[in-house]
Design a protein around this ligand. Structure first.
Ligand SMILES: NC(=O)c1ccc[n+]([C@@H]2O[C@H](COP(=O)([O-])OP(=O)(O)OC[C@H]3O[C@@H](n4cnc5c(N)ncnc54)[C@H](OP(=O)(O)O)[C@@H]3O)[C@@H](O)[C@H]2O)c1
Length: 245
């Protein structure tokens, strides 16, 4: 077990990426707190982890569309975890044309996770230790026509994580931003993902565990994405608006 990392909270533990992250930390001997909105699937996941690893697993309900992003959950946590990883997110192509769905995508990717991690940040800051991990997206690096709503919400979340990292740097609390690139999960089911750019949930999980141990700031799971997004970011607006990205 890595020094200073005892209990790990996974927010969105029924996500394909969340399940892989929980298993990776359990394999490292860490106690787990799994939070999600679907209790039956959470219990199924916990049973599976208990069979594979001897780590203790506690379960919590979590819906980021509830008041204050479901931050009431933070009062229930016992103990306060050493690491909290937020994997919660929603991609829905209809958001570009439907305002209710757009609001749900914005709240699920930005408002809820930010309020929830913000509530944890306060507790971690008081204690003077802890690692917060937010799974954001390369989609937040520059707004694009094809995922304007999702991308803008992830941009907000990335900016929030950056601000938290800056605010908490002197307090002993570390913040990691994760930009996975394409990942083969139920979120991308049916999409034609280019093989060299598409990671597996286990790859994301290994990268997250390494980033927590090494106190990394911002990671791109497949390094090639850092360069792709650098190019995408520097294209002048005049040329960018003529591209269909
Ligand atoms: N797959 C990719 O290519 C990719 C790329 C970049 C970033 N990401 C990000 O990675 C994270 C995990 O995604 P994934 O690919 O593993 O897809 P996923 O399996 O669909 O995970 C999304 C998770 O968010 C949870 N969620 C949605 N609304 C919620 C709410 N109101 N309250 C609490 N939980 C809620 C879902 O809960 P339920 O299980 O109850 O539905 C699900 O577990 C997301 O933040 C996603 O944006 C994914």
């Amino acid at each position: 077990m890595a020094e200073g990392i005892g209990t790990v909270l996974v927010l969105g533990a029924t996500a394909d990426i969340g399940r892989a992250i929980a298993r990776a930390f359990a394999a490292g001997g860490h106690a787990l707190q799994l939070a999600a909105r679907d209790r039956a699937r959470l219990e199924h996941e916990a049973r599976d982890i208990r069979v594979r690893a001897s780590a203790p697993v506690a379960l919590y309900g979590c819906d980021v569309l509830a008041d204050a992003g479901g931050a009431a959950l933070v009062d229930e946590l016992d103990p306060l975890p050493d690491v909290a990883v937020c994997v919660i997110g929603l991609l829905d192509g209809r958001a570009e044309r439907d305002r209710d769905i757009a609001a749900r995508v914005m709240r699920t990717n930005y408002l809820g996770p930010s309020l929830l991690l913000g509530a944890l940040a306060e507790r971690f800051e008081k204690r003077g230790s802890g690692v917060l991990v937010g799974v954001s997206s390369v989609a937040g690096d520059r707004g694009r026509a094809s995922n304007c709503v999702y991308g803008s919400a992830k941009a907000g979340f990335s900016a929030y994580l950056s601000g938290l990292r800056n605010r908490l740097a002197a307090s002993g609390v570390h913040v990691v931003t994760v930009k996975p690139g394409y990942v083969r999960t139920r979120m991308t089911d049916g999409m034609d993902l280019p093989a060299p750019l598409a990671a597996t949930p286990d790859e994301v999980a290994d990268a997250v565990v390494r980033a927590v141990r090494r106190r990394r700031d911002v990671i791109y799971v497949r390094p090639i994405w850092r360069w792709i997004m650098l190019v995408v970011r520097v294209i002048p607006e005049r040329a960018f608006k003529r591209l269909k990205l």
